[in-house]
Write a protein that binds this ligand. Structure first.
Ligand code: SF4
Length: 206
């Protein structure tokens, strides 16, 4: 006998709000931020707490850079810090378009998985109130993003012995932010479009 999910859901009404927000992974867990980029010890309270107060469930999206760029430390990227003038830096610069392509393919897979879950929530009568990205990220920026072409030579010029967190953030991040969306957000949007789903995007600027 087929189970009547809607009937059961009506009968077993409980406390759930039927509202969920999809947030960038680091908004709940700053441990995946780039080195020097964590703004708090754990979650970003000013983003998370208003949703929590309103009874909105919080879905933590995967960190795309953790998945594709060498784990929590994003080792593929950190390798280029301080590498100016070396052969590996020259090779990396030449291979940048390939790296960009590899990133888009990896992020696309993740984005499709997230959008499958969005579709499942909507089909289940749960409102997806927003997707929240992060404005200084080449991956999760919604209205602003990091211009990696500009940032990579800057990080390559630093030396671990004489760069501090403030200088790093000023020169390699804030000075390289441009208008536009990150690669993961672009993949999320295109996957949503393919499924004809509309979800509002919000951006947290650290
Ligand atoms: S902004 Fe996105 S890519 Fe960057 S740490 Fe947060 S979740 Fe990961």
């Amino acid at each position: 006998m087929a189970s009547d999910v809607a009937g059961w859901a009506r009968r077993l009404v409980d406390e759930r709000s039927r509202r969920v927000v999809f947030v960038a992974h680091c908004l709940l867990n700053q441990n995946v931020r780039y080195l020097g980029g964590a703004s708090s010890r754990g979650m970003v309270r000013e983003v998370i707490e208003p949703f929590e107060r309103d009874g909105v469930g919080i879905y933590q999206m995967p960190c795309p850079e953790q998945a594709a760029w060498g784990g929590v430390m994003k080792r593929f990227i950190v390798r280029f810090y301080g590498s100016a003038g070396t052969v590996s830096y020259r090779i990396a610069s030449l291979l940048f378009p390939l790296f960009r392509l590899y990133t888009a393919v990896r992020f696309r897979r993740l984005a499709r998985r997230v959008v499958r879950d969005i579709a499942d929530y909507i089909r289940s009568g749960v409102e997806v109130v927003a997707i929240v990205g992060v404005g200084d990220s080449p991956s999760c920026g919604v209205e602003h993003t990091l211009d990696m072409r500009r940032a990579l030579p800057v990080v390559a010029s630093f030396h671990a012995s004489d760069v501090d967190r403030a200088t790093f953030n000023e020169r390699a991040v804030r000075a390289c932010i441009v208008e536009g969306q990150g690669i993961f957000i672009a993949e999320l949007r295109s996957s949503l479009r393919r499924r004809r789903l509309e979800v509002r995007f919000l951006e947290h600027m650290p």
